[in-house]
Design a protein. Structure first.
Length: 277
């Protein structure tokens, strides 16, 4: 089960998409919810990690970045209270460590981290934190599209599978979500394994059925540069509420240089994506 969730709230969260998704997820799983805002906040000697609300209030008068982060966390607190969700620490991440590294370290304590998809048309200084947490935390992420509004739904889940270790990690990390889904579609791209192979999508559907998860297997074909687009098209056609996938099957440098499924998905996703590395 998911018992501890950390919501990474952008300091300038314009539409509250991460907040709504995080609060609804915490309510769905009856989980404890903490909030973290940053980076992109200027370092100030009056602030330490986990500083008191009084210290934040004093500093916020002279630091607009801190004021925005504090306001975002206030929004989370109000939403959690309205939904009767247990809310714990609200932290502005401002530490002597590189902010991305510190946020990845904090993420390791949680069953799930919820973050916003970077919007390339409106870049934030903290956009790169998603990649840092995915690679360095060892914990799963739920990435919320910047166009997403409302509560998290888990009726229909699209599970991406290639038999690899990252896909296996995502599969097992996402079990609490899959168990709540009404329908799970296992999608493989260019799968060549026969049904009898123990790593095939058919074998996986049988494995999930033994755990009480209703899953069907669907094989699609796509050229490598179009794999993420094919998955998103399928998600739209299937009315999927969530996509589950492994993150960065190749090195990050290779994905930056030549593109890849993870980077393509992060740039064009239209529904929440659950990722593990």
């Amino acid at each position: 089960m998911l018992k501890d969730i950390l919501a990474h709230i952008p300091a300038d969260d314009r539409d509250g998409g991460v907040i709504a998704c995080a609060v609804s997820a915490a309510r769905l799983f009856n989980a404890h919810l903490d909030g973290l805002s940053g980076p992109g906040i200027s370092v100030h000697p009056a602030i330490a990690l986990g500083a008191s609300s009084a210290a934040l209030a004093i500093t916020a008068e002279n630091d607009p970045a801190v004021a925005r982060a504090t306001a975002a966390l206030d929004h989370l607190e109000a939403a959690a209270k309205a939904a009767e969700v247990r809310l714990g620490e609200l932290t502005v991440c401002d530490s002597p460590y590189p902010a991305h590294q510190r946020m990845a370290e904090l993420a390791r304590l949680y069953d799930l981290n919820i973050l916003a998809q970077p919007d390339r048309s409106r870049p934030r200084s903290g956009d790169a934190v998603l990649e840092s947490i995915l690679i360095q935390s060892g914990r799963p992420l739920l990435v919320v599209p910047y166009i997403f509004k409302g509560a998290l739904k888990l009726d229909r889940v699209l599970l991406c599978w290639d038999g690899g270790r990252r896909a296996a990690r995502a599969l097992h990390d996402s079990m609490p979500l899959l168990q709540r889904a009404k329908a799970v579609t296992i999608v493989t791209v260019n799968e060549t394994l026969p049904d009898t192979d123990r790593l095939s999508s058919t074998a996986l559907s049988e494995h999930l059925a033994r755990g009480g998860i209703n899953a069907s297997a669907l094989r699609i074909t796509a050229e490598k540069p179009e794999i993420h687009g094919a998955i998103l098209s399928l998600a739209a056609d299937d009315g999927a509420d969530l996509i589950v996938m492994g993150g960065y099957d190749h090195s990050r440098l290779r994905e930056r240089a030549f593109g890849g499924v993870t980077r393509g998905m992060l740039e064009t996703m239209t529904v929440p994506v659950f990722m593990s590395h």
